[in-house]
Design a protein around this ligand. Structure first.
Ligand SMILES: C[S@@+](CC[C@H](N)C(=O)[O-])C[C@H]1O[C@@H](n2cnc3c(N)ncnc32)[C@H](O)[C@@H]1O
Length: 226
């Protein structure tokens, strides 16, 4: 996959998906968006700082940015992290090595271990990568909507598919009900979308939903509690 690298507002990279016609991150700042919408809003930064063992489920692994920042923070605090992510387009993983995310990592080994784990994975449907003590990634190379999600109790859900207009199957009430079943009571789901139909579908699936201030360039985003 050779995609043109785009430098976003905070200097971090992203690319544009030909298939969906959208960038993988906000052009106003990929790192800033990831920290604001996912690590901070879903309570993950706070949990890790308090060294609480944390389970994260991500829909749309993409370029691995959310994972890299979350794993780096877990290692910084010596907190256990069990991170599961779904990605149905394995070709995107080949781009990760070309991007500048290492400049934002405290421990560059997080990226090295991700890349070597992906290289060894031989496109298995499920790849388990250990990036540090008690910090693991399970990457499901599968369609999150079609496949059963891992059972159990995730503390945080990063809903980071492409937008509801171009990637509608990831924003339905029935998919949200499946996500709710994987979330621990009080667990949090966050997403960059603030669309009314998404908010209503999350509520219909059983989440408690509120709007929050979005990252730069976006007035609002959604925060849901199981
Ligand atoms: C906005 S990008 C994710 C960016 C990523 N979270 C990051 O930190 O770099 C959306 C991703 O969702 C993936 N995706 C879309 N629909 C999916 C599905 N049904 N199952 C699994 N992955 C999906 C796309 O292939 C794409 O890589």
């Amino acid at each position: 996959m050779t995609a043109q690298i785009i430098t976003t507002g905070d200097g971090s990279h992203t690319i544009c998906s030909e298939r969906y016609g959208e960038t993988y991150h906000s052009i106003n700042g990929a790192i800033t968006e990831s920290r604001h919408v996912f690590l901070e809003a879903a309570g993950v930064s706070q949990r890790l700082a308090q060294q609480q063992p944390t389970r994260v489920l991500e829909i749309g692994f993409g370029l691995g940015l959310n994972f890299l920042l979350t794993a780096d923070l877990a290692l910084q605090h010596g907190a256990a992290l069990d991170y599961h992510a779904y990605e149905h387009d394995p070709s995107v993983l080949l781009t990760i090595a070309s991007l500048n995310y290492v400049d934002w990592l405290t421990d560059p080994q997080v990226l090295d271990k991700l890349l070597s784990g992906l290289a060894d994975s031989k496109q298995q449907t499920q790849t388990h990568i250990c990036v540090g003590q008690n910090v693991t990634l399970t990457l499901h190379q599968a369609d999150a909507v079609q496949e059963p999600l891992p059972p159990g109790s995730f503390d945080a859900l990063y809903l980071d598919a492409f937008s509801p207009d171009t990637n509608p199957e990831c924003w339905t009430m029935s998919f949200f009900a499946k996500l709710l079943a994987s979330t621990t009571p009080g667990g949090m789901l966050t997403t960059y979308s603030a669309k009314g139909s998404v908010r209503r579908a999350l509520i219909a699936a059983g989440f408690g939903v509120k709007k929050m201030a979005g990252p730069p360039g976006k007035r609002e985003m959604l925060h849901a509690t199981a």
